[in-house]
Write a protein that binds this ligand. Structure first.
Ligand code: 2IT
Length: 441
């Protein structure tokens, strides 16, 4: 860590993600001198390569705009590079390096053969027209297509990139490659190679994982109050499944504030989350404007100020800090499953764990998204498409396997389960073993 600090002192998110993993694996690493001899950690913390490119496009006023595009190909020990694209004004190499690093371990947990990657741009979709989004996606793919391929690197969505964007990206890829390689991107439309349930998969998988965690602790989700953050694709899937399982979703949020829903979210409100996402306005207040009798908007507040049993961060890294964790605990929260990548700060995780709150990290909880991307790749490679039931059964099995891996590697001498250690050690052992067997490269 000291060496990385000296080299990458400015890259706060990246250093935070690496620190968490290295702390978790310290003991097992020291039990395996062969890892140390092959300098596995020194190799694992550096991405295989990073592509950086200029993306120039024309906005609706006819003005020329320039953004930066990136693809971080982090690790390919267990399969081709795989991971989403993030379009957000705050995107930096540090953010994409942390996400690519996390993705490497997450993908290892899925049981499927996928390496780790992440990419994106500092393009800000907020306030853009559909035509501007299309032109940006096309310009982005003009560069990205040279770095990717169905057996090489397979991007998908992340914050700011959903089905609409994947469609525009694929349209341009197809034109450039002059081949119908659906396997080059996942999260595609259902009529042209997309897997059924991929849009829901991150949120559904997160709730399946939460169910296993609660069951192991002798609890269940029925009737519990769940506070979510965000209102995008991940929060939408999580709200849908939480409601189906009998929980009451009492808060969603956005960068503008929180919407409290004291009687629990309705199906109409869940559908409206999609409309809000497609509007590019990025305002959760729109929910309270549409459903004034059911939802109350408070500007500047987070979901963590709302009394709940279970907190599910579904938006962005570090969206739940130490003070938020204390406020939740004071209000009676007893479980937090991170659905966003690195949604909790180290202080928040420490506060939860030292107060006996059930806590599980994003790389285990949210892995159902990329796992279903893996299932989409399998369907594309074999030119078939599975039913919703088949995909859901496989997603269930994968989330159960991830939970079991966390229990196997995370059970402490006193019997309690440290899900952070469990997920990090399980992911690390798989990647490290593959790197060792493939020699010094
Ligand atoms: O963080 C993630 O796992 C994703 N954004 C999904 C990546 C994927 O390739 O489906």
């Amino acid at each position: 860590m000291a060496k990385l600090q000296a080299k990458y002192g400015q890259e706060k998110e990246y250093l935070q993600a690496v620190q968490e993993v290295l702390e978790s694996i310290e003991d097992v690493y020291n039990q395996h001198p062969e890892f140390e001899k092959a300098k596995i950690v020194e190799r694992l913390v550096e991405p295989d390569r990073i592509f950086t490119f200029r993306v120039t496009w024309i906005d609706d006023k006819g003005e020329v705009q320039t953004n930066l595009g990136y693809r971080v190909q982090f690790n390919s020990a267990i399969g081709p590079y795989k991971g989403g694209l993030r379009f957000h004004k705050a995107v930096t190499p540090s953010m994409l390096k942390f996400l690519g690093f996390e993705q490497t371990f997450k993908n290892a947990l899925t049981t499927l053969p996928m390496g780790g990657a992440k990419g994106g741009s500092d393009f800000d979709p907020v306030g853009k027209s559909d035509a501007e989004i299309m032109r940006f996606c096309q310009a982005f793919m003009l560069e990205l297509w040279k770095c990717i391929g169905p057996d090489q690197d397979i991007p998908a969505g992340d914050v700011g990139v959903g089905g609409r964007e994947i469609g525009f990206l694929y349209g341009m890829y197809k034109k450039l490659a002059r081949e119908y390689n659906t396997g080059v991107l996942t999260g595609k439309g259902a009529t042209w190679g997309g897997s059924i349930l991929r849009p829901e998969a991150t949120g559904f998988g997160a709730l399946y994982f939460t169910q296993h965690l609660l069951h192991k602790a002798g609890k269940n989700i029925e009737g519990k109050r769940v506070a979510l953050s965000g209102f995008g694709n991940v929060a939408w899937g999580a709200a849908t499944k939480a409601k189906q399982l009998g929980a009451k979703v009492i808060a969603i949020s956005g960068p503008d504030g929180v919407c409290e829903i004291p009687d629990g979210i309705t199906d109409e409100m869940i559908d409206y989350m999609l409309v809000m996402r497609a509007s590019n306005r990025n305002k959760v207040e729109d929910m309270a404007v549409k459903f004034p009798a059911l939802a109350k908007f408070t500007p500047g507040k987070k979901s963590w100020s709302v009394k709940c049993d279970i907190a599910l961060p579904c938006a962005f890294q570090n969206e739940l800090n130490g003070d938020d964790a204390k406020e939740l605990i004071a209000n009676g929260t007893w479980c937090c499953c991170e659905v966003s990548n690195m949604g909790c700060t180290p202080e928040a995780i420490h506060t939860f764990q030292s107060n006996g709150i059930l806590f599980a990290p994003g790389k285990a909880v949210n892995a159902g998204g990329v796992a279903t991307s893996g299932l989409e790749m399998t369907q594309n490679a074999s030119h078939i498409s599975w039913s919703a039931q088949e995909v859901d059964d496989k997603l269930h099995f994968i989330m159960q396997s991830i939970h079991e891996a966390c229990v196997k590697y995370g059970t402490q001498p006193d019997g309690h389960i440290d899900y952070v250690k469990g997920a990090n050690i399980a992911g690390f052992m798989k990647v490290a073993t593959a790197m060792l067997e493939q020699g010094i490269i």
